[in-house]
Design a protein around this ligand. Structure first.
Ligand code: GLG
Length: 817
């Protein structure tokens, strides 16, 4: 309950907002206008707390973490904000009295989709936890004009539609021109000797004006409001109307174009590096602006820049923000006049790096030509960082050319961002225990051996406030009715649910709530896909980015296999199953897009086959995103976490499903390992090769999928259906590429790189265990409740406390109102 909330004031505020913004009375307003008016009214409620929080930070002169990230996948703000000011019931009631439905109003808000997938959503969960725990923090990112594309499915194919999320404005943001900064690109570096001291001056550059927009990040029930600061680009006004100097004119036009393009759109690649020049511009743009601002803010209160790290820590969310390292060096050297050693000490005590993947195709390596042309001064600094790092390697490993070659930051015409991040950060962390171990002992072995003290693990987490309290109100209320509401800010309390796991009445209540949530999702599917699904069937869900290593292909191949069995034996005894997929594929990722087409083609055939009595349904949910994810997790029985072991750094949807009482069907990969450790292998369905086995095969050149093809008739039948037109009668060759990827008839790539056929039998067997287990509803309910009861570890509150204790060393602040 929010004690300060006043219904009448709120009503008046909504009515006035509609009047002032749209010149309409409240009963003439469209639902979207009502949404805007309500959002502004909520902003009114929190604005004093936002101011008070920052006053408190100033007063206490706190140390602050700057979470630097190309991506913040925030989703919708209104519902979450209302929850975090603890005024959900009050506002719902107030709007009811005014004749509006809060759920409908919430649905008007576009998702803030400034991210691709797990990495961006993790950043959003972290901001929620930081504010809720009362830690001083800024999120720093880019205000993309277009976020993650909207996905339409046309004729089974993904079509990308631009996400013009700002077209009606963003009620929560505040433009802060007073903090604008200039960011320079290109040109050349000139050395100027002033009084015997060399100064490095960038000349002939183009620049843009970075202008921040602040978004409130509201802590749960604690008056703390932190800030997500996203940077927009505006042209620097150099137009001299009197000037007929063509050079000037040309430059002005170019600068205007630069400003327009730089923040235009989020690159839709997840776990994949494309090496685009504009992407490097984006990186330097938001990093330079953020670092400049952090230094300026520090200097407002402190004289000794050598102690910068006592008040500031930069967390690099993957390698995307790594230019923060040379940028901070540049400012300290060129603007603050520190010596190299002094500047290096400050920088290496300020920066910490999080690694999110071990897949080589995701590692950023910028060609020297591009890097040095775009960022000439920064490149000089990187060269010097590399020179000194090489010296360090040689001192430690005299004469070892192999190490030098493998570990250099600049090598083979490329700047390796991960190596720079490791060399210059005081902390390097992975995102789940297994992932960190693989980093230490495989991928980054040389670095770990050289500087073991830097490496540490921070297993990811998620916020229960969005993914249970907001996304699943029925279940949230049920949990609170059983064990009180401490779980909202202290998730391990949820352990108390164990007491109820065997209780028949509770089991029944749980299953009933799950059923209600399945009905809710079934309605969504009917409205959006036009498909009827049976809420009594098992909802078996795989939602995440489409990527070969995540193996949506294995999932759909298994559906094809099951369907074959049903065709052969229509009376086959099985619990009806609804296979639900949701996934965006990067726009340029052909095989991933073809997999979407395959899923939809299989869905078409199976969903329209009356002979199987609806025992299998396949649904591809269009435009999977944070807002519909909340509905999906709440309705899931089975959580598919089936990546090839060793490939998924952590995964976080696995945690969101668990929190909502779904059972994991998965491999021993990423955070699944820790999930199984918490809930017990008996309450999950684990299958497939271990990461050691996978890595072993990989080190020995793979395996021969043809052996499986030749010896397993049922698998062969499924594979043949990829190329005999069974699911594509008009174009039997349609899925040839997928078939080839598994069996590799021509290309020189290894076949079945992700061990789909190798794990297939074990996967199919795990599915049989699911079918068998679901028949015992009491057992299922118990296992589901035990999953919830044991998800305490996976709150992002825990993750953040670990970052604070081991890396950031921040102090909690309380804000009195
Ligand atoms: C990565 C990984 C995920 C991880 C997420 C957050 O692929 O396994 O859970 O970051 O750490 N690029 C990503 O989405």
């Amino acid at each position: 309950m929010n004690k300060g909330f006043d219904k009448e004031t709120f009503k008046r505020s909504v009515v006035d907002n509609v009047k002032n913004m749209f010149r309409r009375t409240i009963d003439e307003a469209t639902p979207h206008q009502v949404f805007q008016a309500v959002a502004y009214a909520v902003k009114d409620v929190i604005i004093d707390e936002w101011i008070a929080t920052h006053k408190e930070y100033e007063k206490k002169d706190v140390k602050t973490v700057y979470y630097l990230s190309m991506e913040f996948l925030m989703g919708r703000a209104l519902g979450n904000n209302i929850i975090n000011i603890c005024a959900r019931d009050e506002i719902k009631e107030t709007l009811d009295e005014m004749g509006f439905d809060l759920d409908v109003i919430e649905d008007q808000e576009p998702d803030a989709a400034l991210g691709n997938g797990g990495l961006g959503r993790l950043a959003a969960c972290f901001l929620d936890s930081l504010a809720t725990l009362g830690y001083p923090a800024y999120g720093c990112g880019i205000r993309y004009r277009y976020g993650m594309f909207k996905q339409k499915i046309e004729n089974g194919y993904q079509v990308e539609v631009p996400d013009n999320w700002l077209k009606d404005g963003n009620p929560f943001e505040i433009r802060r021109p007073e903090y604008a900064a200039e960011v320079k690109f290109g040109g050349f570096v000139r050395i100027e000797n002033q009084g015997g001291v060399n100064h490095f001056v960038q000349d002939g550059y183009q620049s843009v004006r970075a202008v921040p927009y602040d978004l409130p990040v509201i802590g749960y029930g604690n008056n703390v409001v932190n800030t997500l600061r996203i940077w927009d680009a505006e042209p620097i006004n150099t137009f001299n109307l009197d000037s007929f100097d063509r050079g000037d004119y040309q430059k002005a036009v170019e600068q205007e174009n630069l400003a327009k393009t730089i923040v235009e759109v989020l690159y839709p690649n997840d776990n994949h590096y494309a090496g685009k020049e504009l992407r490097l511009k984006q990186q330097y743009f938001f990093i330079s602006a953020s670092v400049q601002r952090a230094v300026r803010k520090y200097k407002e209160k402190h004289d000794d820049i050598r102690k910068f790290y006592e008040k500031v820590v930069f967390q690099l969310n993957d390698t995307h923000p790594t230019v923060a390292i040379p940028e901070l060096m540049r400012i300290l050297l060129d603007e603050e006049g520190l010596t190299w050693d002094e500047a290096w000490e400050v920088t290496t005590k300020t920066c910490a790096y999080t690694n999110h993947t071990i897949m080589s195709e995701a590692l950023e390596k910028w060609p020297i030509e591009l890097f040095s042309r775009l960022l000439p001064r920064i490149y000089q600094i990187v060269e010097e960082i590399n020179r000194r790092f090489q010296n360090q390697i040689q001192t430690m490993y005299p004469g070892n050319q192999e190490k030098l070659r493998k570990m250099s930051i600049i090598y083979d015409g490329q700047v390796k961002m991960a190596y720079m991040a490791i060399a210059a950060s005081f902390s390097v962390n992975g995102v789940a225990r297994l992932h960190t171990e693989i980093l230490k002992h495989q991928e980054l072995k040389d670095f770990y051996e050289m500087m073991p003290e830097k490496f540490n693990n921070k297993t990811n987490g998620i916020t229960q406030r969005r993914f249970l309290l907001h996304g699943n109100p029925l279940l949230a209320d049920w949990v609170t009715s059983k064990i009180g509401d401490e779980w909202i800010t202290d998730l391990p309390h949820i352990k108390k649910l164990e007491l109820f796991a065997e209780d028949e009445k509770c089991q029944f209540e749980f299953m009933n709530i799950k059923y209600q949530n399945k009905l809710r999702l079934a309605r969504y599917i009917k409205e959006n896909n036009g498909i009827d699904v049976d809420p009594r069937s098992i909802f078996d869900v795989q939602v995440k980015r489409l990527h070969e290593y995540k193996r949506q292909l294995m999932n759909i191949l298994h559906v094809m296999y099951l369907y074959n069995q049903l065709k052969d034996n229509p009376d086959m005894d099985m619990i009806p199953r609804t296979f639900i997929f949701g996934a965006k594929a990067a726009a340029g990722y052909k095989r991933a897009k073809l997999t979407i087409k395959l899923i939809n083609s299989v869905a078409d055939v199976i969903n329209n086959d009356k002979s199987i009595n609806g025992k299998i349904k396949v649904v591809f949910i269009e435009d999977y995103r944070v807002s519909n994810a909340e509905l999906i997790f709440a309705a899931a029985d089975v959580s598919e976490q089936i990546s090839t072991a060793s490939k998924e750094a952590s995964g976080t949807s696995n945690m969101k499903f668990m929190l909502n009482g779904a059972l994991t069907l998965g491999t021993m990969d990423g955070a699944n390992v820790e999930i199984v450790e918490e809930v017990g292998a008996d309450n999950a369905f684990i299958f497939g090769m271990s990461s050691d086995e996978v890595i072993n095969y990989e080190n020995n050149g793979g395996y021969y999928p043809m052996d499986i093809f030749n010896n397993d008739q049922e698998i062969r039948r499924v594979l043949m259906q990829l190329i005999n037109g069974y699911y594509a009668p008009d174009n039997p060759e349609l899925f040839r590429d997928i078939y080839n990827s598994l069996l590799n008839t021509k290309s020189s790539d290894r076949a079945d790189t992700y061990f789909i056929l190798k794990d297939f039998r074990s996967y199919a067997e795990a599915h049989q265990r699911v079918d068998k287990a679901y028949r015992d509803q009491a057992w299922w309910a118990k296992a589901a409740i035990l999953n919830m009861a044991n998800c305490g570890k996976f709150t992002s509150d825990r993750t953040i406390e670990e970052y604070v204790k081991d890396i950031w060393h921040l102090k909690k602040v309380t804000v009195e109102m």
